[in-house]
Ligand binder design. Structure first.
Ligand SMILES: O=C(O)CCC(=O)C(=O)O
Ligand SMILES: [Fe+2]
Length: 391
């Protein structure tokens, strides 16, 4: 196939820019503005598939989970008694008292918690959810201005679309998303931050700013639970330029929820993930002792999930839970997650204060950048990376 000159130029430039976010911004901007996907292989979004699937009541085979009978996808699932932690109260009790005890027990049992009294106004949460919902309701052409495919081919993590497909036998997830780097702020690629609805950028900025405080307070609470010398141990480990990514996910209605994952089982490769789930539709499930449990929906709480980086730094005392999203035949679902990671250029390892004769280091030192890259590769194959860095 013969492509016009600009398509080759864009492809070559695309190959050079893996690490040059700014140039990538320019590239995406030109993709968005100068063409309406001329010469570009259009991606199929799950939203488009869902529209067809709801008519035929069937789903493409790439979405069908093999061994779905073992996955409890069609079984009745019990709701996990995940407690709601009152963050204001936890901070007031300064790491002692019943709120800290509740936190310790919840993390031990589930690896995730619901947080109330967190300081993120209901209006900020509702605004973010509404902006995200409105974004996905727009016509495909508008959303594709922010595509995560450079020149229609090469996958970039940032932007609108679905997951990178690494192999033909990869089981695909019934979800579309917008994935954006939000911190460090000077690395934001505004060209792929949706400009419509016009509330989106401000809503995401505000939501990110407010959730940062929740993340820091919880990391301090974790250090207190572990009785580390410094309450800021985990906050300091984040480094000079920690990275935060926002993931706005859209899970359309699915005619075959017993066969399809909304999001396949995984643990998060983060330090922590702060998640705002849909306030009306459940779907998030957590694995405990080989059994899947529904995570409860409590409006205006935030869900905080321990990630692999905290599992490594806490020498396995806090564990990142395996979780997944199931689909729903009748209702679409929205969620907004903030993935908090240590500065990718840093290395992490179990805290020296948590390593001793009786409890040797359980994980080897890893470079965060490499860990995150490995995490996505393992995720696409339905594998969990943390097992591979165990000593
Ligand atoms: O959509 C959800 O509720 C969960 C999303 C999730 O697990 C993730 O983004 O890592
Ligand atoms: Fe997750």
């Amino acid at each position: 196939m013969v492509l016009p000159f600009w398509a080759y130029a864009r492809l070559i430039l695309g190959l050079c820019i893996q690490r040059e976010n700014r140039i990538f911004c320019l590239l995406v901007q030109s993709t968005a503005i100068t063409e309406s996907t001329v010469g570009v292989r259009a991606m199929t979004t799950v939203q488009e598939l869902a529209a067809g699937a709801l008519v035929t009541s069937d789903v493409p085979t790439q979405y069908v989970v093999r061994g779905h009978d073992d996955q409890q996808l069609s079984a009745a699932v019990v709701t996990a008694p995940v407690p709601v932690i009152d963050l204001g109260r936890l901070l007031k009790q300064d790491g002692a008292g019943d709120e800290a005890a509740k936190l310790r027990s919840a993390l031990h049992s589930w690896g995730l918690i619901l947080v109330s009294n967190h300081g993120v106004d209901a209006a900020v949460m509702d605004g973010m959810r509404a902006a995200s919902r409105e974004f996905f309701r727009q016509p495909l052409g508008e959303k594709q201005r922010y595509t995560n495919l450079v020149a229609g081919e090469r996958f970039q993590f940032e932007g609108y679309g679905n997951d990178r497909v690494n192999s033909p036998d990869q089981i695909l997830d019934w979800t579309d998303r917008v994935y954006l780097k939000v911190e460090p702020e000077d690395e934001r690629c505004m060209a792929i931050w949706p400009a419509h609805p016009d509330t989106f950028r401000d809503a995401l900025h505000e939501f990110t700013k407010k959730c940062g405080g929740v993340k820091d307070s919880l990391l301090q609470a974790l250090a207190k639970l572990l009785e580390l010398d410094d309450d800021d141990y985990f906050v300091d480990q984040l480094g000079e330029r920690p990275s935060t990514h926002a993931r706005c996910s859209y899970y359309p209605e699915c005619p075959r929820p017993e066969l399809v994952f909304g999001l396949k089982p995984h643990s998060d490769g983060t330090v922590v993930t702060v998640l705002m789930v849909d306030d009306t539709v459940g779907g998030l499930q957590v694995l405990r002792d080989g059994v899947w449990w529904d995570v409860p929906v409590v409006p205006h709480t935030l869900l905080v999930i321990i990630g692999d980086q905290t599992q490594i730094m806490s020498n396995g005392i806090f564990k990142s839970p395996v979780h997944r999203v199931v689909t729903n035949a009748k209702k679409e679902r929205i969620s907004v997650a903030l993935d908090y990671s240590v500065d990718p250029e840093r290395e992490i390892e179990p805290s020296a204060q948590l390593v001793n004769k009786n409890r040797p280091a359980l994980y080897r030192k890893v470079k965060v950048k490499d860990y995150i890259a490995g995490h996505y590769n393992h995720f696409s194959q339905g594998e969990i990376l943390i097992d591979t860095v165990q000593i």
